[in-house]
Design a protein around this ligand. Structure first.
Ligand code: WTA
Length: 632
């Protein structure tokens, strides 16, 4: 297992080593894994193309590193503890041995259904143990999983199926979330009206709602595994074989399939998990994310299981059946490391301390935050009332594309600072540049956050469109990976993430491209043109504000606004639904016809200071009208 960093001087030493001798450093970390064949070169890279490879010609299977590597010592240890949505339903504990057997069995079942190495498999499932089993079984046979968050619409699901030409879908009849029962298979059926590649659908029975099953294509999960062997020899994967695809939003309309490969992702997932959270054997760890996001991949499933940890999976929502549910679960399982998102912290903070007070929370050692900048107020509330002043907060900065945490305190080892992600992990070589690409050296600087040297779990490409990967991440600043985030390095050398500098909005920790939302709005027949911006939102971090030019004939403003919101919900999913819609007669444009989003952002955030010179616009009058229309 990974040797954890234990002291501040240990961190400094390890960091130094990782940048002066990266090959030796990562080679040593990788030695602790089980390789079917050892690599013959640690890294080769070229950020211009981009072409990055780690542990070249190494052969492995990540599930052997989760199971076979641990079974002798940890076979009877809980790997996954599942807490259902409804607290009166029984929870489920799967030991490493049980999870291994279920993974192998489902791997065999998939093979029997004709799913093979290299096939793309969509996982569209609720937060149940089978979702993790589905991912692990894909990894076992070398099928490429692409998990799609079960809150996405049929349309979003179809886009992803088409983009990766998926052959199979693993899904469920329905999904319990809070007081709701949500149809899942029905959404899959709707998506399939638009797609042509799906040959198999395996459906888990979870809610017992009525579903239609198509003869020959659809099969129940329990039938697929009936009588199937629980023994399976792991597929041999090359270190650089495609491991999984995860779609994420960017500044253009279409979500892109971020591609991760086998070897580097594995090494970095365990390394970062073990160090950041300082997991010790016997600890119980809980990350509240959904497996549909990268956090669920790296820090519910792969990182913790590689480290032989006990990882809790929670099906429900933080406020059901009461707003103390998170804290109740922490006490129930004596959780030691708890990892959640600022939006959840702020939402729970809004209920006051009554829901927190009945719980001891004394098992907690480390509490974490991910997905968006955590404001100081939420940081202090989390620190004082959940961590009881004694748990370090690991504010972890990373991205779908980075595969693992790149900037974060190492719990109890390196210092924390409210609202700061603090310092890079070993192996992570950051650079801050101005808009022209000049490096901003020293401390007390602010600019664009880039990385200048590869790390093992970085994305390799965007599925089916390598040029898009190059353009998006490697062309803004020559020779650098550009994150899309603004950052400040303060006088002590600590990093504070300032948020996106591109047209991406971060709503409750979910990335939304403004163009993606605009495209959805424009689908409404009465909409002529629209512009979407983010604005500060107390709970969600950022809210979505849409300005739309519409043909109002036959509609009231109120009814049209509601229809626009519903259109977005239908096309992308409820998470993308605009919080505010303002109907306007025009949008502020430059003489070359470019929408001046800066002005719209000002209006949406009700801040009319420094509007800048609007007289050079094509249509300066429209600004006054928009300001009035916003009630300012
Ligand atoms: C933002 C989530 C501030 C950031 C793991 C990044 C953060 C985007 C933090 C990636 C943090 C994530 N502090 N901002 N600790 N963590 N972000 O791909 O803007 O869903 O670029 O990955 O979330 O979102 P993604």
């Amino acid at each position: 297992m990974i040797q954890k960093i234990q002291t501040l001087s240990g961190y400094i030493h390890e960091y130094q080593k990782s940048i002066t001798q990266p090959e030796e450093f990562w080679g040593r970390v990788a030695e602790s894994f089980h390789w079917q064949q050892k690599w013959d070169q640690v890294v080769s890279w070229d950020f211009e193309k981009p072409d990055v490879k780690w542990f070249l010609n190494g052969k492995l299977n990540i599930t052997e590193n989760i199971f076979e590597r641990h079974l002798y010592t940890l076979g009877d240890k809980p790997a996954i503890i599942w807490e259902p949505n409804d607290p009166s339903e029984a929870s489920i504990t799967l030991t490493y041995r049980e999870l291994y057997e279920k993974t192998c069995q489902f791997a065999n079942a998939m093979l029997e259904q004709g799913i093979q190495k290299g096939d793309r498999v969509i996982i569209y499932m609720p937060m149940v143990p089978e979702a993790a089993i589905a991912m692990l079984a894909c990894a076992r046979i070398g099928a490429v999983h692409s998990v799609v968050f079960a809150g996405f619409s049929a349309n979003s699901l179809a886009d992803r199926i088409i983009d990766c030409q998926a052959k199979a879908i693993l899904t469920s009849d329905g999904n319990f979330r809070g007081t709701k029962t949500i149809p899942v298979k029905a959404v899959v059926d709707e998506a399939l009206e638009k797609t042509r590649t799906i040959e198999k659908i395996i459906v888990l029975k979870r809610t017992n709602i009525e579903v239609t099953m198509k003869e020959g294509r659809d099969i129940w999960w329990h039938e697929a595994i009936e009588g199937v062997s629980t023994a399976h020899q792991a597929e041999v994967m090359d270190s650089e074989d495609l491991f999984f695809i995860l779609y994420t939003s960017g500044s253009t309309g279409k979500p892109k399939g971020v591609v991760h490969s086998c070897g580097g992702y594995m090494v970095y997932a365990e390394y970062s998990f073990a160090n950041v959270f300082q997991y010790s054997q016997g600890d119980v760890y809980w990350c509240t994310a959904d497996i549909g996001w990268i956090t669920g991949h790296s820090y519910i499933v792969y990182g913790p299981l590689l480290a032989g940890a006990t990882s809790i999976m929670f099906e429900g929502v933080p406020t059901h059946p009461h707003p103390g549910r998170f804290w109740e679960i922490v006490d129930k399982y004596k959780v030691n490391q708890f990892y959640t998102a600022p939006t959840a912290i702020r939402a729970l903070q809004a209920y006051g301390l009554d829901p927190v007070e009945p719980y001891k929370l004394d098992s907690l050692k480390v509490i974490g935050s991910v997905g968006e900048p955590i404001n100081e107020e939420a940081w202090h509330w989390y620190h004082d009332h959940i961590g009881k002043g004694k748990c370090p907060i690991v504010d972890t900065w990373w991205q779908t594309e980075t595969g693992g945490i790149l900037i974060s305190p190492i719990a109890g080892v390196t210092p924390t600072k409210p609202a700061f992600a603090t310092l890079p992990l070993p192996g992570v070589q950051l650079m801050i540049v101005d808009n022209e690409g000049n490096e901003l050296k020293g401390n007390g600087v602010e600019g664009n956050l880039c990385v200048k040297f590869p790390w093992p779990s970085m994305l390799r490409t965007t599925y089916g469109d390598h040029e898009r990967c190059r353009q998006t991440y490697f062309s803004s600043f020559k020779g650098l990976y550009f994150t899309g985030d603004g950052v400040k390095r303060d006088h002590d050398g600590y990093y504070r993430i300032l948020g996106r500098v591109d047209d991406v909005i971060n709503v409750s920790g979910h990335r939304m491209g403004t163009a993606e939302v605009e495209n959805a709005i424009n689908e409404h027949p009465k909409v002529i043109e629209s512009a979407v911006v983010g604005y500060p939102h107390d709970i969600k971090g950022q809210g979505i504000y849409a300005f739309a030019i519409c043909d109002l004939e036959g509609r009231t403003e109120a009814s049209l606004k509601e229809e626009i919101k519903q259109t977005v919900s239908k096309i992308i999913g409820p998470i993308a639904k605009p919080d505010q819609v303002q109907i306007v007669s025009g949008l502020p444009k430059t003489r070359s016809g470019k929408i001046m989003r800066r002005i719209l952002r000002k209006v949406a955030s009700k801040d009319l200071n420094n509007m800048g010179d609007t007289s050079t616009l094509l249509n300066p009058d429209v600004v006054e009208e928009i300001i009035k229309g916003a009630g300012l």
